[in-house]
Every structure is written in C-alpha cells, then in structure tokens.
Design a protein around this ligand. Structure first.
Ligand SMILES: Cc1cc2nc3c(=O)[nH]c(=O)nc-3n(C[C@H](O)[C@H](O)[C@H](O)COP(=O)(O)OP(=O)(O)OC[C@H]3O[C@@H](n4cnc5c(N)ncnc54)[C@H](O)[C@@H]3O)c2cc1C
Length: 408
C-alpha cells in the first residue's frame, strides 16, 4: 500500500478516525498517518458524561474502530504523539519527540479543550474537568465517593454531569452566571424546561452567580465562594464552562483562525494543502450562509469524511444541518439546526411539554430554523427537511400532532 501521496491527520479522535476510514473507502492508496496526543485509540466522547461516566457502558463500546482496524487498513496510528508545529514551507509536521512527518495533504482535527476556571484555588485537588476517557473514569470514581458536588456551568456537560451525580445520590448545586440553563445553546424557553427537570430531580441552581474563589483544606477543595459571597461546601467541583478550539498550531503556522480554523464549504483552510474538520473548524455552511463552529458529535462524524473526500479532489459542499443529542434522567432529546438566541422570533410546540414528550420548533420570519424532539423519535429527517426548505410554515399545522410533519 505505501508509496503514493502522503496524507497526515493531526488529532486522533472521531473526526480524524472517520476521515482515515473514508480515505480508504474511497480507494486512497497512499500513506495515512493519524497522529494523536492521547494514548487511547480514537473514541467517542458523548458516553463520557453519560453511560460510561456511570459505569453502565463498557470501555470497549466507546471506540471508533476495533483495535486491529488501523493496521488492517494501512493507517499508521501514532498515539501519545503531540504535533508541535506545522512547517508549511517544508510540508511537514513536527512532533514532540523531535521527529517530523512529511505530508502532501494535511487534515487538522485537533478538537477543543475545556475552558479553565481561572480563580484563586482553581488548581486545588477535587476540581475536575471532563474531556477525555481518563477524566471520565476519574470523575466517575470521585462521584461515587462525593457527598456534595458543585458544578460550575449550566451547559450540556454541566447538566449531564448533574444528572449523573444525582443518580449517584450526590447533593448537587449548579452555579451559572447567566440567568438560566443552556441559555446560549437553546435560549430561555427550552433552557427553562431543562432547569425544571433538574430541579424536579433535586438539583439546586444558583443562576446569575459566578465563582470568585475555591477554598480548600489540605490541598483539596472544600468550598466554592460565589460572586454574591455565598459559601457552598463541596467535596467535588466539576467545571463545565465551555471549550476552546485547539487552534494554536494553526495560528502559529499562519493559517487564518477566528474562533476555530477558518475553512470554506469544502473544509479547506487558507492553505490549499491543509483541511480542518470537527470541533476545531469554523466552517462556512452554505445552508446558513455563514461560518459556524459546531462542537457536536455529528459534526465530527460527518465533517471528517467530508474533509477526506475534499482532500481526494471530490466536489464537497459541507452543508449539514447541525445535530446534537443529550440524555438526562428520563429525558432523551435530539436537536437539529441552530436555536441560537437572537436568531429566532417564535417557538412552536407540538405535543406534551409538561409530560416531556414533545417537539419544539424555533422559527425565524415564519420558517423553521431548529427543532428539538424530546422523547419523540424518528422525526429528525422531517425536521431537517423543514429547516432545509427555508419556507414559512403554517404554525397551527406545525403544532398539530395529527398533521404529519412532512405535510406541514
Ligand atoms: C464529555 C463530553 C460529552 C459530550 N456529549 C455530546 C453529546 O451528547 N452529543 C453531541 O453531539 N456531542 C457531545 N460532545 C461533543 C463531541 O464529543 C465533540 O464534538 C467531538 O468529540 C469532536 O470531535 P473531534 O474529533 O473534532 O475532536 P476531539 O474529540 O476533541 O479530538 C481531538 C483530538 O486531537 C488531539 N490533539 C489536539 N491537539 C493535538 C496535537 N497538537 N497533536 C496531536 N493530537 C492533538 C486531542 O488530544 C484529541 O484526542 C461531548 C463532548 C464531551 C467532552
């Protein structure tokens, strides 16, 4: 197999591994190096805040491929290897061990890293972040022993960890400077439904309060001091305040970067030999007519393969409708589209919101821009079609469960 062009992928996670798979599926017979700084072979992160965190999903279930898949497909998987520089003039990447790998085409799938809580005491023991399988294993063990858990941030990770912590019997308080949960990803209406769900399961929210300090004893966190001066006793603090794209390599190499590596609809960067996909990419989406950086599983799953096809010279216009899912307590949901505050003017509900079995549609100028199905399944294709159509809809029919979505 080796010989032919050399394709190098930096970031051995979902986007990178799926890109390697697509290159082989499409008949690429050059060399592929898939380089990752973690020591685990590529895996999926959603279970890390759900079943895997609670010990209900086996480790074997999180991997993207079987262990032998990489060697079996001629993919040179280099784990525990950090790329320290992209030498664009020399068409090679440099590794922390001093070696270098040449490329004809390069794909950047470095993902994102948790935003850190930079307050006094932020580095005390018992202050945890959640990004890797190791983080999840350690957090799962810590939750089993913790009585009082304070979660910083009422975003997806914070709320999923809150649900897991309640399931472990912990006392849970969520501190969030915004006035509600999931505000930036869903807006106040649906964010409120999630907050109520958590309250019903015994979670306490402190909205409108930030964290000003963590206090410890014996090197371990013992209390969270909020911006209002409240002191919240804590055995464990979990910080979920967002993620920042891992763009440093790209910036230093002179690629265009602005909240992610800037790529066009074919996932090409400002260098014609370099592509980017997944959490790290801020991609022009032709459907939305603007760049969007999507930090969701489906974007890594589909974006990696799209970048691979583009690297092979195929015509690619990556215009997926963003898709996200979450499971918390008895609530399972999928969201299609972008329900961003400020970009919708109306929400229409179909079904039983109190009984948590409904679909919410976000509309802008009468057209559906996003939809969330809660404990209602097999409607994603119809919701996507409504979003793609961009046409104004009859809201009475949209709200009526007797009207098939395909006929709204
Ligand atoms: C706990 C958790 C739960 C989630 N749950 C959901 C969910 O329920 N639904 C959903 O849609 N999404 C969820 N997500 C988001 C989803 O997992 C991400 O969107 C997805 O992992 C992005 O994949 P990626 O391949 O782009 O990047 P990543 O998964 O971040 O992988 C990037 C890889 O690149 C490596 N890397 C970075 N820099 C270098 C370098 N210089 N050299 C070598 N390697 C490098 C990193 O170590 C990492 O392994 C969750 C994320 C987390 C953390």
């Amino acid at each position: 197999m080796p010989g032919g062009p050399a394709y190098v992928i930096v970031g051995a996670s979902l986007a990178g591994a799926k890109a390697a798979e697509t290159l082989r599926e499409e008949g690429f017979d050059g060399t592929i190096a898939l380089i990752g700084q973690e020591t685990e072979r590529p895996y999926e992160r959603p279970p890390l805040s759900k079943g895997f965190l609670l010990g209900k999903a086996a480790k074997s279930s999180i991997y993207v491929h079987e262990e032998g898949w990489y060697a079996g497909h001629g993919v040179n998987l280099l784990l525990g290897s950090t790329v320290t520089a992209i030498d664009r003039a020399g068409s090679r990447v440099e590794l922390a061990d001093g070696s270098a790998i040449s490329y004809d085409r390069l794909l950047l799938t470095m993902g994102a890293s948790p935003r850190t809580l930079d307050v006094p005491g932020g580095d005390l023991g018992g202050v945890r972040y959640l990004r890797t399988a190791g983080d999840s294993e350690r957090l799962g063990a810590a939750l089993a022993d913790a009585g009082r858990v304070v979660i910083v941030g009422a975003g997806w990770i914070g709320l999923e960890v809150a649900a897991a912590a309640r399931e472990q019997g912990c006392e849970v308080t969520v501190v969030e400077p915004e006035p509600g949960a999931l505000l930036r990803s869903l807006g106040p209406e649906l964010g409120g439904i999630f907050a109520d769900l958590h309250r019903a399961h015994g979670v306490t929210f402190r909205f409108g309060e930030g964290v000003s300090e963590l206090r410890g004893s014996g090197g371990r966190v013992a209390a969270v001091i909020t911006s209002s001066g409240a002191e919240l006793p804590a055995d464990l603090v979990v910080v979920g305040i967002g993620a920042v794209p891992n763009t440093a390599l790209a910036s230093v190499a002179g690629l265009e970067v602005d909240n992610g590596i800037l790529v066009d609809a074919a996932l090409r960067t400002s260098d014609p030999a370099i592509w980017a996909a997944g959490d790290v990419a801020n991609a022009f989406n032709p459907l939305f007519g603007r760049r969007i950086r999507v930090e969701h599983w489906a974007n890594a799953l589909n974006g990696g393969p799209a970048a691979a096809r583009s690297m092979l010279g195929q015509e690619v216009s990556y215009d997926r409708v963003p898709y996200f899912y979450s499971d918390q307590y008895e609530l399972g949901m999928e969201t299609s589209g972008l329900p961003e505050p400020g970009r919708y003017d109306e929400i229409v509900y179909r079904g039983d919101t109190e009984g948590l079995e409904f679909i919410a549609f976000w509309l802008a100028s009468g057209a559906v821009v996003a939809g969330m199905n809660v404990n209602v399944w097999d409607v994603t294709d119809d919701i996507r079609a409504l979003i793609r159509s961009g046409r104004p809809v009859d809201t009475a029919r949209l709200a009526d469960p007797d009207v098939p979505l395909s006929e709204v």
